[in-house]
Design a protein around this ligand. Sequence first.
Ligand code: 13P
Length: 254
Amino acid sequence: MRKPIIAANWKMNKGPRDTEDFLNTFSGKLGKLTAEADIVVAPPFVSLTAAVAALSSNSAVAIAAQNVSEQDNGAFTGEISTMMLKELYVRYVIIGHSERRTLYGETNAIINAKVKKSLEAQLKPIFCIGETLEEREGGKLEAVLRSQITEGLAGIEEKEMKGIVVAYEPVWAIGTGVVATVEQAQDAHAFVRSVIADLYTQELADKIRIQYGGSMKADNAGELLAQPDIDGGLVGGASLEPQSFLDLINAAVK
Ligand code: 13P
């Protein structure tokens, strides 16, 4: 049985003040939900300290960064290292989000280096994959997902894979209000799990949690998470207000 994992990806929203306000309200209303799902919040870098302060380092809500450098330290202007994140009690890091791939030129090779660097530092990668509409309509869905997984996870051993969460986010569903149908999402998730089984073992593939991302909301989270291979969500827009995110989590674990 895989415990659901629901993560808020705030993208470039919420400075320290808004982060603190959100988390004070949100954590006060979580109740027993943290027993039913792992809950993760990914604020922008500048708000991580405020998030840690609002939640305290041993909180049941885990903090994620939205990106990380593949370098250790040195002359890399504007970059943030895994060690800096560790110092802030960050536990997860989103790697390879489609916005990083398309707007900032991150390749499978860069993403692979970031995943490795994060695992070395015992940060858990939320490893993002997903196809564009053109790729899906051109019959390339499986080829694209297979190469993102194979290249993004190249050289990562089975025992390290246990620290990884995979997020399947069809690019055409992100921020568009167009959610994948449950069949489209389940089929893609089952395929992702089968690729992991091919690369590693079925036993490992059965343990890996695969989140769905792309216009997930309270009114579709329940049916998405009811699918056998959908183990959580990576949520953008619907995670920006405490009540909307709480409603989504409640619907997801029902
Ligand atoms: P939306 O939920 O806003 O579609 O964003 C999904 C996403 O990109 C999460 O990483």
